[in-house]
Design a protein around this ligand. Structure first.
Ligand code: GRF
Length: 203
């Protein structure tokens, strides 16, 4: 299974995927390409350091979505690299209909909260400010909504009284680095079925 990773930031989740491929946890998975909408994003450097094809593709004129001509360029690049599954690993834009149609139920996202709580940006900060006692992270299929697609996996993080947004995010990320490779592995093994919007995962 060939995956294409889209990211805008430091790429620690991408690194977790690289590690899982290298240690055999993602046997049979090839990271075919990495694309970023940020020219100097560290995720691109990580890819190049690991001899993985990496491209910066400008996504203007929009700031928070991938749409129009830019979307076409992303789809072309993913298809030219034979991608079967698209992984959004810190990609800071909402993807739109053409890419969803090009990769139906083949786009997943990692989100730093227990959805449906705290969709959108800065979830870990809002979780601390709200005063929740548990938060965590979610891997889900991407649909037209904002972090609304069918959930594949979640992990829980318990908050301490003295947590800051940064300390919570750090612990959430440790969990992200486990559940994202896990989600990719069960997709690769064909273990996911749908029951409406629920995913059913076989052993
Ligand atoms: C993660 O916290 C992820 O949940 C969110 O963006 C962050 C990306 O971090 N969507 P990294 O670039 O993988 O380190």
């Amino acid at each position: 299974m060939k995956i294409g990773v889209l990211g805008s930031g430091k790429g620690s989740n991408f690194q977790a995927i690289i590690d899982a491929v290298n240690n055999g946890e993602l046997d049979g998975v090839e990271i075919a390409v990495v694309i970023s909408d940020i020219k100097d994003a560290y995720i691109l450097q990580r890819a190049r350091q690991n001899d993985i094809r990496a491209f910066y593709i400008d996504a203007s004129p929009y700031k928070t979505k991938l749409d129009g001509e830019a979307e076409k360029k992303y789809i072309k690049c993913l298809q030219e690299n034979g991608v079967d599954l698209v992984v959004l690993a810190g990609f800071m834009r909402m993807v739109k209909s053409s890419i969803l149609q090009a990769f139906p139920r083949k786009i997943i996202n990692i989100h730093p909260a227990l959805l449906p709580a705290f969709p959108g940006l800065d979830s870990w900060r809002r979780a601390v400010e709200y005063g929740v006692k548990v938060s965590g992270c979610t891997v889900h299929f991407v649909d037209e909504g904002m972090d609304t697609g069918p959930i594949i996996a979640q992990a829980v993080v318990t908050l301490d009284d003295n947590d800051t947004p940064e300390s919570l995010h750090k612990r959430i990320q440790e969990k992200e680095h486990k559940i994202l490779p896990y989600a990719i592995s069960i997709i690769k093994d064909g273990r996911i079925k749908f029951d409406g919007r629920r995913t059913v995962i076989s052993r």
